[in-house]
Design a protein around this ligand. Structure first.
Ligand code: AVI
Length: 347
């Protein structure tokens, strides 16, 4: 039977200018200095991130895409598994932090093959990303009804306008969960879990930790470091853009030539860390704004701003995260080299 056509409904997120000013003040006045990774994604940062996903060193995106190409029908079949009170489930796909949805088309096409049509609800804080996602899916995957939602899924309850008699498959792919601390990751997934019904599923993309000594994997520390420190310098530009953004939007006076991009592997925490390291002793000024009065920042030579963590998971760690958020891991797909994992969990 045909699913009804639904008009796009846009939910506007909270005041971004105020959120940015508050976040910057809190992060830069703490010890050690930090900046939240979501600050990367202004227009320039989002464009640089798209470039990162195509770099030869950045294996994450193409590996996850390859897993989708190989297993999309199986993933959709598994998420559509009949149950006693739902013998022929029809899926609705929602995607957290959809961005431009370039990989999602593979899963949507598989859903269309199985059920004829599908409703797709991308959720993102960026309107321009959602416009690109809608364009991309409408042009490339017939049979999909796109319904965009502008929202910050980390802080706002997702307004899931469910269609009657459909089952939700929530997508959280691209290793985005890896940019949260373990506690925050659990809270994000718990928040999502609270809005799902029994039988609904989550597809979670996780980058895998290096398997030391395992012969079936060629992933080691150098693979990881290269992915976050590419030869063309795109990741360095992506990292420094956050300072350029603070100059543009808050009137700060960071001198970008006096900070250098650093990516390090923290094996104890199983994460890549990105930093912006001050090359010299220096003082930076941030004018008065909505979050309070002007302030100055003093940097010692070699002192850094910690701008991002990117956690890498063992399969056991993925399972623990899902269990602690109220999900049950049902299937996991990996690429042949064990670089990346795509996990299906039930609510
Ligand atoms: C968006 N996120 C999963 C990326 C990552 O790999 O952690 C962001 C990124 N940072 C540097 N390169 C890519």
């Amino acid at each position: 039977s045909e699913l009804p056509e639904i008009a796009p409904d846009i939910v506007i997120a909270s005041n971004p200018a105020e959120a940015i000013a508050g976040e910057v003040r809190a992060g830069l006045t703490s010890i050690p200095k930090t900046l939240s990774p979501w600050l990367f994604y202004d227009e320039t940062g989002s464009r640089l991130f798209e470039q990162i996903t195509e770099l030869p060193e950045y294996y994450l995106t193409r590996t996850e895409r390859a897993i989708f190409h190989t297993h999309a029908d199986e993933i959709i079949a598994e998420a559509s598994r009949p149950t006693g009170n739902d013998p022929a489930p029809i899926l609705t796909l929602i995607e957290l932090g959809a961005g431009t949805a370039t990989k999602t088309g593979i899963l949507l096409a598989a859903a269309v093959r199985r059920q004829g049509r599908v409703v797709y609800q991308p959720v993102d804080v960026s309107v321009t990303a959602l416009e690109a996602a809608t364009e991309n899916i409408r042009a490339n995957v017939p049979g999909v009804t796109v319904r965009c939602q502008v929202a910050d899924y980390t802080t706002q309850a997702l307004p899931l306008n469910r269609l009657p008699n459909t089952r939700t498959l929530a997508l959280y792919i691209g290793s985005s969960i890896g940019n949260f601390s373990p506690d925050d990751a659990r809270d994000v997934l718990r928040n999502l879990r609270a809005q799902l019904l029994p039988g609904d599923t989550l597809l979670l993309g996780t980058d895998l930790a290096p398997l030391n000594g395992a012969s079936s994997s060629t992933k080691d520390e150098s693979t990881l470091l290269a992915a976050y420190n590419d030869d063309a310098g795109v990741t360095a530009a992506f990292n420094s853009n956050v300072l350029a953004r603070l100059n543009r939007e808050l009137g700060a006076n960071f001198n970008l030539n006096r900070f250098i991009h650093k990516a390090i592997w923290n094996s104890e925490e199983s994460r890549i860390e990105m930093h912006l390291e001050s090359l010299v002793p220096q003082r930076v000024h941030i004018p008065e704004n909505t979050s309070g009065s002007a302030f100055t920042l003093d940097f010692a030579a070699g002192e850094s701003i910690h701008t991002e963590n990117s956690y890498k998971f063992t399969p056991a760690r993925v399972e623990r995260l899902l269990t602690s958020s109220g999900f049950t891991l049902t299937r996991q797909w990996q690429d042949p080299q064990h670089f990346f994992a795509v996990n299906l969990a039930t609510a």
